[in-house]
Design a protein around this ligand. Sequence first.
Ligand code: GDP
Ligand code: IMO
Ligand code: MG
Length: 429
Amino acid sequence: MANVAVIGAQWGDEGKGKVVDWLASRAGIVVRFQGGHNAGHTLVVGNQTYKLSLLPSGLVRGKLGIIGNGVVVDPEALLAEIARVEAQGLKVTPESLRIAENAPLILPLHAAIDRAREAARGDRKIGTTGRGIGPAYEDKVARRAIRLADLAEPETVAAKLDELLLHHNTLLAGLGAPVFEKQALFDQLMALAPRVLPFAEPVWERLDAARRAGTRILFEGAQAVMLDVDHGTYPFVTSSNTVAATAAAGAGVGPGTVGFVLGIAKAYATRVGSGPFPTELTDATGALLGERGAEFGVVTGRPRRCGWFDAALVRQAVKVSGIQGLALTKLDVLDGLAELKIGVGYRIDGELFRRLPAAPGAQARAVAEYEVMEGWSGSTRGARSWADLPAQAVKYVRRIEELTEAPVTLLSTSPERDDTIMVRDPFEG
Ligand code: GDP
Ligand code: IMO
Ligand code: MG
């Protein structure tokens, strides 16, 4: 028996939420280990649609949710999200949700800095979610972050605010943005403290006990490998490591506990925000994929850019993050297309590459090389067994396996929880 880590294999929004919710029936605990409320994970269960940003998707299945130390936690956003899901009938209490006491907090000044910097970048903006994710991670690494446990020590919060404001107000003033006042921030944090501290604990102890008891742990990634701060299309990335190896450091367990690495990939490709996207379609086919796939950002509300499946990119994601199996989602969006293309590499200044090089200029100039396949006329929408798939759709899936060098472990054929085909149980390792 293995634990499972679910990570995005493209640029996010692959359907991680749906897959985690589906797999959660087989797990005891679901753990978020990086990112923050920049994530938007959609779960469709009957006539209910849950949009989760910070809460682990396993909560919807009634499983214990853990927010690990690798996550940056905005306490206001957390409480707002809890209120939102409670309005949908889901109870979130310290019995169902635990948060690492050493998780760094996102403060209002982080979002202000995020937005002011994006505005200053003009045409070169990253297209961040504006939620303060980058600045909060910067403060963590700079050793000035306020962490969840600090809220129990007013004197610690006051001293850290001095250092934070010295740094950030200087920057905000330079960018022409309003500065923050210490007392107001302090009062705000002290008011939040009694509401969020009941969730805090050393989650590593609970995870260690779970591991020894043989309780299955499901690690829920946010964002995706191509948004990883090291391995992605830097600088058009998020500010955390999104690869599966992060699950260990971001939860407080050993690397052996992470288990099977399941990469989630759409049967085509999308991206929100700026940055290179060699297989992007700016024509009617791209618009059709966007419309059929309902490609609008959960967090930003922006339409997602759409394009063909880029097998060279997913292969790279498979290699750098140790993906052992793929969950291929949204196959149904391709139903009825006469012809499909799969990106197999890039031509850059006349030279052929099977991987995306690291230099941003080369990435921007990369022109996708394609393999063309015939589409299928039947429907895959809602298919629940391999036998229900049109033969040509099976061929498409098999070709993706060959090109990405990863077996397809799960297939998803609609947003609905149970429209899922299991080829192999990832918990079996
Ligand atoms: P995440 O960020 O990786 O969790 O993905 P999002 O939830 O942001 O975006 C995926 C979207 O696709 C959501 O609206 C899901 O409901 C939807 N979805 C997931 N799997 C499928 C599928 O197999 N087919 C279709 N048509 N939609 C899907
Ligand atoms: P899920 O978990 C898609 C993108 C932003 C931007 C870049 C940096 O739903 O797949 P940030 O606010 O993180 O500093 O923004 O990363 N981004 C996502 N794109 N899905 C996500 O999460 C994303 N989280 C961040 O659009 O381009
Ligand atoms: Mg999303």
